[in-house]
Design a binder for this molecule. Structure first.
Ligand SMILES: [Zn+2]
Length: 391
């Protein structure tokens, strides 16, 4: 075999996959101005007038995401082979360190928070973390993540916090992998498979919530997976901003030769399932009360279910998943998953997270010196690209 032939064979999987990515169709970052984003919504709204015509459009948008990802919606769900260990008993909840294989040899790493209370079955909440850095913790083990997951667990939910690729323990690829959007979407879809594989979880009561890039993961998963019953994307849904990272907008999921959409409509694919938009006055969600929320509410109104979509706007706040945003989500999830908000309220009826023990980062790791990554774990961006070429 000539060396050039060998080289071609070595790089064939990458070549085949990259050929399917139409970069001219990418909508990234501030692809629209605020005015263009608003005008686009007005244009989109003229393409439907009732549930049937909206669902025709919704299916085109949903199919556009699968096509943009280059992923077959019936991709093979290989064995998860879950690892769950190091249970820590805390005040009203427990925390375990977990991993499962979303693809053969490709691990999702995370923590599972469970209520201590015995219930016949439990709702579950998936909790992606977003691009929030911290000098001591990883994005997944940050204090605000621990507080969110512990509070929801004490309220009665089983909660899964899971790493984005290239973050925390998910060290098998870089975060800037050109196919990060596919890898993370597969991870989210497989996180649903994992959580409903737990016999104590009620598969009809699965929610997802995350902020920023975790908000993007939230509305994409909700759009693609009907098993998500309740959705709460935080500080992300915008008519003019498409997400600034390769893991949010690195593939053409918003546009094709015959359609154009934005994250507002992708979030609206939740309809008529309960949806909460949390927004603030300092980022691309600042117009939510006047632009994005009314647009999505009109779609819910087609179903006669406008009350199932809410917007909690915090005009004096910034881009984070701080306490006031968490409070809004706690109340929304309590309402729609029948969780007990009183479990995290003090005697004055205020939400009080002081029962939570913030664990050191090291105690939350599933892979350690004693328990290293399994030997069959793939390593490196090229290996992940090769793995995806089978899907
Ligand atoms: Zn990213």
């Amino acid at each position: 075999m000539k060396p050039t032939t060998l080289l071609l064979l070595l790089f064939l999987p990458t070549y085949v996959f990259s050929q399917s990515v139409d970069t001219a169709m990418l909508c990234q970052g501030h692809h629209f101005t605020e005015a263009e984003g608003k005008t686009a919504l007005e244009r989109f709204a003229r393409s439907y007038h009732d549930v049937a015509s909206w669902e025709t459009r919704a299916e085109r948008i949903r199919q556009g995401i699968w096509e943009g990802l280059g992923l077959n919606r019936n991709f093979e769900r290989t064995p998860l082979s879950p690892i769950i260990r190091n249970k820590k008993e805390l005040d009203g909840y427990t925390v375990e360190n977990i991993a499962f294989e979303s693809l053969p040899g490709f691990f999702v790493t995370g923590n599972l928070y469970r209520p201590t209370r015995q219930l016949p079955s439990y709702p579950a909440v998936l909790s992606p973390h977003g691009h929030f850095q911290d000098s001591v913790y990883s994005a997944r083990t940050r204090e605000d993540m621990q507080k969110r997951c512990a509070s929801l667990a004490r309220m009665g939910a089983i909660v899964l916090a899971y790493d984005m690729i290239g973050y925390g323990e998910a060290s098998q690829t870089s975060h800037r992998h050109p196919l990060a959007l596919v890898l993370q979407t597969i991870n989210s879809l497989r996180a649903v498979d994992f959580i409903i594989s737990l016999p104590e979880v009620d598969p009809e009561q699965i929610a997802v919530t995350g902020a920023s890039g975790g908000g993007t993961q939230t509305f994409l998963l909700t759009a693609l997976d009907e098993r998500i019953a309740v959705s709460a994307p935080v500080v992300m849904v915008s008519a003019h901003f498409f997400g600034g990272c390769v893991c949010e907008s690195g593939l053409p999921i918003h546009r094709s030769q015959d359609h154009q959409t934005s994250n507002v409509e992708i979030a609206a694919l939740a309809a008529p399932r309960p949806l909460l938009l949390v927004s603030d006055g300092d980022d691309w969600t600042k117009n939510n009360p006047k632009v994005e929320y009314p647009y999505i509410r009109n779609i819910y109104q087609l179903y006669g279910k406008a009350k199932l979509v809410e917007n909690h706007h915090l005009p004096n706040e910034q881009h984070d998943y701080g306490i006031n945003k968490r409070k809004a989500v706690y109340h929304f999830l309590a309402k729609h998953l029948s969780l007990s908000i009183s479990e995290i309220q003090n005697t004055q009826g205020e939400i009080d997270e002081n029962f939570i023990t913030i664990l050191p980062h090291e105690q939350l790791l599933v892979f350690t010196e004693k328990y290293p990554q399994p030997a069959h774990a793939i390593q490196g961006d090229q290996a992940a690209t090769n793995l995806l070429s089978n899907y």
